[in-house]
Write a protein that binds this ligand. Structure first.
Ligand SMILES: NC(=O)c1ccc[n+]([C@@H]2O[C@H](COP(=O)([O-])OP(=O)(O)OC[C@H]3O[C@@H](n4cnc5c(N)ncnc54)[C@H](O)[C@@H]3O)[C@@H](O)[C@H]2O)c1
Length: 254
């Protein structure tokens, strides 16, 4: 029977991949999954930070691998090593992302465009491309891609980030349709502004202004996004696929 609410005990013994695991929403999600007894394949480009974070996870089963999601072969290797080490892949959270300085579209540097699309959109494709076959090989699994309110609304000065996040939502839907009858669910979460190192370039004044964009008049905390991610990963969401759930303090309700 489908659980009425998600059952935290059901995560014990599952194998979960998390990208962008060294920081912010990825780290918060990895920590929660570790607390619930999942085995973790942690991927991040920042090796020292990833190792430091992995060392805080206590007795959890962890394989932390330096990975660049922009490189097809790097993602392939990490997932292959993880599957080999733990014997399969049940769950995946694709959270690696960057935010580069704002610039109007008419002046936007082409290299900056390529970089943002490579990490925030192509990186998610690379992950799905290797996660889905691994899940199909064992009969199914669940994936959550971290999109953004900018997957639904544009921000001035953010053409690449806006396009990438709109793309992540489209890619999530396409992948969900492709594998809907094969036991693999693919969903996304759309956070509003969340207090993570991604926002560290903002002054206190700018953070306050960002908070004020949300009807709740505050920034989100990483754990508040993680809760939605865990629901989407869980069997309580067994009939949910191709969806994007907001965790945005009401931002998109405006
Ligand atoms: N913080 C926010 O306000 C906010 C809002 C909406 C969506 N998001 C999205 O949430 C996700 C996580 O962001 P966060 O706020 O936790 O940021 P963060 O900067 O705290 O963490 C992002 C992690 O991704 C890693 N990363 C960057 N490029 C990578 C690459 N090429 N390969 C592998 N790892 C890479 C970084 O090293 C970092 O550890 C991102 O996709 C971001 O776009 C964040």
């Amino acid at each position: 029977m489908t659980p009425f609410l998600f059952d935290p005990a059901a995560f014990a013994g599952k194998v979960a991949f998390v990208s962008g695991a060294a920081s912010g929403i990825g780290a918060a999600t990895a920590r929660r999954l570790a607390d619930l007894g999942a085995s973790l394949i942690l991927a991040d480009r920042d090796r020292p930070r990833l190792d430091k974070f992995a060392a805080t996870l206590g007795k959890a089963e962890v394989l932390a691998l330096e990975t660049d999601v922009t490189a097809f072969s790097s993602v392939a290797e990490t997932i292959a090593r993880g599957v080999d080490h733990f014997g399969g892949l049940d769950l995946a959270v694709n959270s690696a992302g960057i935010d580069l300085p704002r610039c109007q579209t008419g002046d936007y540097p082409a290299e900056q465009w390529d970089r943002v699309i490579a990490v925030n959109l192509t990186g998610v494709f690379h992950a799905l491309r290797h996660q889905i076959p691994a899940m199909l090989a064992q009969g199914g699994g669940a994936i959550v891609n971290v999109a953004s309110i900018m997957g639904f609304r544009a921000f001035a000065g953010q053409p690449a980030y806006t396009a990438a996040k709109h793309g992540v939502i489209g890619l999530t839907k396409a992948a969900a349709l492709d594998h809907a009858t094969q036991g693999v669910r693919v969903n996304a979460v759309a956070p509003g502004f969340v207090e993570t190192p991604l926002l560290s370039h903002l002054s206190d004044e700018k953070k306050k202004a960002a908070a004020a964009l949300h009807p709740m008049d505050r920034l989100g905390q990483p754990d508040e996004v993680t809760s939605v991610i865990l629901f989407l990963l869980s069997d309580a969401a067994s009939f949910v696929t191709g969806a994007c759930y907001e965790a945005d303090g009401g931002y998109l309700a405006k």
